[in-house]
Design a protein around this ligand. Structure first.
Ligand code: GLU
Length: 315
């Protein structure tokens, strides 16, 4: 039996002294975080969680939210509708690139970069319930994310407002998308949903359970509740793999071989289909927006547990 707990402790000790990277200062609220925070967690598809480090520290999802909202858009509209408006190709560009819209269609390259995620957010609409109540889009997103973690999640209002106030670049992207008719007139509502999904607050165990739900074909491994239709899970994991690490996706595939998604809060998760979800949090990020300790920790976990998905699988 693999001693996961001990492995996570060893990796934590190895990278804790590293102070490489910097805080994501372009969202003012993120620049106030303690740079020493570091937590790692694994949740297996049979529902066992192993964690080490600052497991009670909360952080915001940032871009690790993107695959999960993409999954909601797939369930609401189906892949054809979604992919008329957003592509499935890695862009080779940074997460916040403005120029990267496909040549003729003007679609964003994929749902994992900001332009694609804003386009996806615009597809999540309010729903009229049978009792005539309106189920608002941000509650739909938050309830879905809560079910992934098996507990009620909250939006960190300070981070949400901090990003909303300073999001000139994302606002410019949204207007460009409006110009090309990728999104409709509800530009501010779409941006609000995007900022809110980025500002959902979780801890490392929550993130490893979210990742494990993807690894477990859309079934939350502890509550056993089916969250995503199985048919969309492969779409989600495929795009996490090819586009989740932005302009380092190729090197990541080559060196680590694990579908992974990072966020500028310092969160990063990996999915090993049929095996486990891995999550690491540490807020010092590199120039590509990836947690420095997080990248190293997932690389080591991949190597130690032989998780590279291109290795020969034993059956
Ligand atoms: N909310 C961040 C932004 O839009 C997310 C970026 C990221 O985590 O990569 O800039």
């Amino acid at each position: 039996m693999t001693d996961y707990k001990n492995l996570l402790k060893k990796i934590h000790e190895k990278y804790l002294p590293s102070t490489k990277g910097s805080l994501a200062s372009y969202i003012p609220e993120l620049a106030k975080i303690d740079p020493n925070l570091f937590a790692i967690s694994i949740t297996t598809v049979d529902g066992k969680t192993y964690s080490h480090g600052d497991i009670n520290s909360f952080f915001t999802l940032q871009s690790t939210s993107k695959p999960f909202t993409y999954g909601l858009a797939l369930m609401d509209h189906g892949p054809e509708f979604v992919h008329q408006r957003v592509g499935v190709e890695p862009s080779g560009e940074a997460f916040n690139s403005i120029i990267e819209l496909e040549k003729n269609s003007h679609r964003p390259f994929n749902p994992m970069i900001n332009s694609g995620a804003i386009a996806v957010a615009s597809m999540i609409q309010d729903k009229l319930l049978d009792n005539n109540e309106i189920y608002i889009r941000s509650d739909r997103m938050l309830d879905l994310f809560s079910s992934l973690c098996g507990k009620k999640l909250e939006i960190n209002e300070q981070v949400f407002l901090s990003e909303k106030k300073t999001a000139h670049r994302n606002r410019a992207i949204a207007h460009l998308l409006r110009h090309f008719d990728v999104i409709g007139n509800d530009i501010e509502e779409s941006l609000d949903l995007y900022f809110k999904q980025c500002s959902v607050e979780i801890n490392i165990i929550d993130l490893s359970q979210m990742a494990a739900t993807l690894a477990n074909q859309g079934v939350q491994p502890i509550s056993k509740i089916k969250i995503y239709d199985e048919q969309y899970i492969t779409d989600m994991i495929g795009l996490i793999f090819t586009c989740g690490m932005y302009d380092t996706a190729g090197a990541w595939a080559y060196q680590v071989g694990i579908p992974a998604k990072s966020g500028v809060s310092g969160a990063i998760f990996g999915v090993i289909p049929g095996v486990m979800g891995i999550a690491v949090y540490s807020p010092l990020i590199d120039d590509h927006g990836h947690s420095v300790r997080g990248v190293n920790a997932i690389k080591d976990i991949s190597q130690e547990l032989k998780l590279n998905i291109f290795r020969q699988q034993k059956r």
